[in-house]
Design a protein around this ligand. Structure first.
Ligand SMILES: Nc1ncnc2c1ncn2[C@@H]1O[C@H](COP(=O)(O)OP(=O)(O)OP(=O)(O)O)[C@@H](O)[C@H]1O
Ligand SMILES: [Mg+2]
Length: 312
């Protein structure tokens, strides 16, 4: 405890920090334990420049971070800041221009079954049943048909779709399709699950259910997750830490430890820690607009010919 110069009032160092940096003892201990775990993913000085007919676009510059085993990290940032570029490079689907990506200490230089991907678009094969969709990866990796089928059914059970094994993708709702996509990624036993706005196309209610569902799955599986979203509530609800990127060029702005305790539940969204974290994210993603006259009608505005008024 340190005093603040105020007679009779003791203010701890923890209380002096801005709200989103204040952590309860349990949360602080949890982060200390996470930091002791092995590093699964290491991103060093990563950069990406696209060359197109419009010229060069520096999508990402000098991105550095690491993720520990079984951490759930969310990435947020304004549209176009390079989130999808980052995840595609981690997946090995896009070459990087500079720096390196290490998974379990080994450089990533192409796609591999050690990384599972789930995208926003529904990417199931429409001509295959749910079970066959999930079996596809193991069969490609030469696991026997029986083993592939057993594993597919186990993962479908885990995502709550055991009864839909023989259905076709068009018979499923959006949320169910994404659950199959998660099963299809996990059946290959990846080291990390890379998710690019996987719930972005779902309605608000289904989205909330899927978030809880993902946490339930994560609770039972030794898997590290990198999850991209533009939804601040989703990021705070899911993440251990949130990587905030800024745009043009995409750079790391801050890597925030979420002070909201686990287990998470929707009611926490009105807790002090949650709101303080959200306020910080808002500040980083949507800095305050300088002008206060945005609602006025100005002479230089484009005006429609059917509008008659006396603005000078
Ligand atoms: N294939 C490409 N060729 C040229 N430029 C590209 C290409 N892909 C992305 N870019 C540019 O790189 C930058 C980052 O794009 P990216 O899709 O990674 O952003 P994002 O953060 O995922 O955006 P959003 O939130 O809208 O999904 C943008 O300026 C985009 O125009
Ligand atoms: Mg994107």
């Amino acid at each position: 405890m340190t005093t603040d110069g105020l007679e009779g009032i003791n203010v701890s160092t923890e209380q002096r920090k801005p709200g989103y940096l204040q952590q309860s003892d349990a949360v602080r201990e949890r982060f200390a334990k996470i930091r002791q775990r092995e590093v699964i993913l290491e991103v060093k000085q990563l950069g990406k420049t696209y060359h197109s007919t419009q010229g060069e676009v520096v999508a990402l510059r000098d991105v550095n971070f690491s993720i520990h085993r079984r951490e759930l990290v969310c990435v947020i940032g304004p549209s176009g800041c390079g989130k999808s570029t980052l995840i595609r490079m981690l997946a090995g689907l896009e070459p990087h221009t500079s720096g390196e990506v290490l998974l379990d200490g080994k450089p990533v230089d192409g796609p591999g079954s050690d990384r599972g991907m789930v995208f926003q678009g529904y990417t199931l094969f429409p001509w295959l049943t749910v079970k066959k969709n999930v079996m596809f990866g193991p069969e490609m990796n030469n696991r026997g048909k029986l083993e592939a089928e057993r594993d597919a059914l186990m993962w479908l059970d885990l995502v709550g779709l055991g009864k839909f094994a023989d259905a076709y993708p068009h018979q499923l709702s959006g949320g169910m399709k994404q659950r199959v996509a998660i099963a299809r990624a996990l059946v290959n036993q990846p080291r990390i699950l890379l998710m690019d706005e996987p719930f972005g196309a779902l309605d608000a209610q289904t989205r909330t259910k899927m978030q809880t569902h993902l946490l339930d799955i994560w609770k039972n599986v030794d898997i590290t997750i990198l999850f991209i979203t533009h939804d601040l509530d989703e990021a705070i609800f899911l993440a251990d830490r949130i990587l905030v990127l800024k745009a043009h060029p995409g750079e790391v702005q801050e890597f925030i430890e979420v002070p909201v305790p686990r287990p998470r539940y929707p009611g926490q969204s009105v807790s002090e820690e949650f709101l303080a974290t959200k306020a910080r994210l808002e500040e980083l993603i949507h800095p305050p607009v300088q002008t206060n006259d945005a609602d006025e009608v100005k002479p230089h505005m484009i005006r429609f010919t059917n509008v008659v008024d006396n603005v000078e």
